[in-house]
Design a protein around this ligand. Structure first.
Ligand SMILES: [Zn+2]
Length: 493
């Protein structure tokens, strides 16, 4: 089939509207598996956490893990879903070597929760809702091991440690319209799951896995296009890349007069493209029926409300409180509340420094930047909230200049030394005496007669250059406001 000439992604989006829904599988942080007492732990030697139930041996019966239900309900409430008093486990029948029973215990017609939403950042510093269709509980399958063994060239192994690990599947409505939306949705969803302590959110270890349903339609069209499901998305970055690629592929097929077929496609991160994996099964292919070995799951009001009361303040509520209490812009509050640790850190700095604006600027610009650069966890970083607050107070009191503050911060980060101790030991106190500043100004003016002449001819925009020179001569310690004032006097007087 001929392919249309490639066009830029923004060009495609001008004519076509992508419609994206995401299905996220999330492993629950339980000590044991969903239907047996085997340990739920990543990284143990293969097939060490197994028993007749999770190996699917004949006659073994499942017993539901109550804590897994509590976590599923917690996730549902944290995502604004309606939790149903009665839900039903169902058998999803299919064959695969990692599924010894020949079926997976899941929920189908009656999931534990439906109709929720997640808030994601929207243009203009606001937030908007992405709807959740449902959350259902299910057990994980085992894992095929294709690489890394002496026999990997001839055969694959199977590890059943993961078989029976509790999962929730969180299915969004097709409410996303761009790869960025999908990225923001996953970021926000992960934050909620971490706050609620439902999951560790570790994508590398497979505790969070995402499939994307993608279709395109001409802008203004009502009917949805045929969708393809994209699998094998192992990072948020890859989700966005895969969706962008899939949108471009579908538009190219349509523009060449072709038709999109409903199928499952696999994302190849190395090649940066999706490829056909299999034609998409319909639900009836799985022959779902109610699980005969388990009674319906009943979550009465008192249990549900007990779970609700135990929920911590969630990211969206925290964000709104930061806006109200600390007067932060929506966007800043959103960044600071993405992780509970960062939010707590910020609040400690704000409280101790009594300067909220400075606290949010330093945490957003410097602390988050350093964490990203170094890959450190906030818990391990040596600049504690009290230390940063002390530095902000020195800055507010005019003891150090803004420029020196950046250096002090870097040194605090590297050594863990306190701000005041560092400033005193290194003699970094800001110079606000007029004498030494006047002396430095005199030196700068004497050394640059041409620049002085230019300034005096009316090019007063060069003042900044003079300020820079004076700051250099004073080792960055001069009070910049005073330098400005005295420089103007010297140049214009
Ligand atoms: Zn087991």
């Amino acid at each position: 089939m001929a392919t249309a000439a490639p066009r830029s992604f923004p060009d495609l989006l001008a004519r076509y509207e992508p419609v994206i829904g995401l299905e996220v599988h999330c492993q629950l942080l339980t000590r044991t598996k969903l239907f047996c007492a085997c340990r739920n732990r990543f990284g143990d030697p293969p097939n060490t956490n197994v028993c007749p139930v999770c190996l699917g041996l004949p006659g073994a019966l499942p017993v539901l893990n109550r804590h897994a239900v509590t976590l599923a309900v917690r996730a549902a409430l944290a995502t604004n879903c309606t939790v149903h008093e009665t839900s039903v486990f169902a058998r999803k029948n299919y064959f695969y070597p990692d599924l010894p029973k020949g079926y997976q215990i899941s929920q189908y017609e009656r999931p534990v929760a439906t109709d929720g939403y997640i808030e994601i950042p929207a243009p203009g510093g606001t937030f908007r809702r992405v709807g959740l269709q449902r959350i259902h509980m299910e057990e994980d399958a085992g894992k095929l091991l294709h690489d890394g063994f002496p026999w990997s060239a001839e055969k694959s192994g199977v590890d059943f440690n993961r078989s029976g690990v509790p999962l929730i599947e969180i299915v969004s409505l097709p409410d996303m319209r761009s790869p960025e939306d999908a990225y923001e949705y996953l970021t926000a969803l992960k934050a909620v799951l971490l706050y609620a302590e439902v999951s560790d959110g570790n994508m590398e270890e497979g505790s969070l896995r995402c499939d994307a349903n993608v279709s395109v339609r001409l802008r203004g069209a009502e009917a949805l296009g045929t969708r393809a499901e994209v699998k094998n998305l192992n990072s948020f970055r890859n989700v966005a890349r895969a969706i962008e690629h899939e949108i471009a592929r579908q538009v190219a097929v349509i523009e060449a007069g072709g038709r999109i077929v409903q199928e499952t496609r696999l994302w190849n991160a190395d090649k940066g493209e999706t490829a056909t994996m299999r034609s998409k099964e319909d639900a009836h292919d799985y022959r779902y029926f109610p699980e005969p070995d388990l009674p319906p799951l009943v979550v009465r009001e008192d249990w549900r409300e007990e779970v609700r009361r135990a929920l911590p303040e969630l990211p969206a509520d925290k964000r709104r409180r930061f806006v109200k209490e600390h007067g932060l812009p929506d966007y800043d509050a959103g960044v600071l509340t993405l992780s509970r640790e960062v939010a707590d850190y910020f609040e400690a700095v704000a409280r101790t420094s009594a300067n909220t604006k400075a606290a949010s600027n330093w945490v957003m610009n410097e602390v988050l930047r350093k964490l990203k650069e170094t890959g450190e966890a906030l818990a391990d970083c040596r600049v504690r909230p009290e230390g940063l607050a002390e530095m902000i107070r020195l800055l507010d009191a005019g003891t150090i200049s803004g420029k020196i503050a950046k250096d002090v911060f870097e040194k605090m980060w590297a050594t863990g030394e306190g701000a005041r101790a560092l400033v005193e030991r290194e003699g970094l106190t800001q110079v606000s005496d007029e004498g030494p500043i006047r002396a430095a100004i005199a030196e700068v003016l004497a050394a640059s007669p041409d620049q002085v002449a230019t300034y005096r001819k009316g090019k007063t925009g060069t003042l900044g250059w003079f300020v820079g020179q004076v700051m250099k001569r004073t080792g960055g310690k001069a009070n910049p406001a005073l330098v400005n004032q005295l420089l103007k006097q010297a140049l214009e007087g």
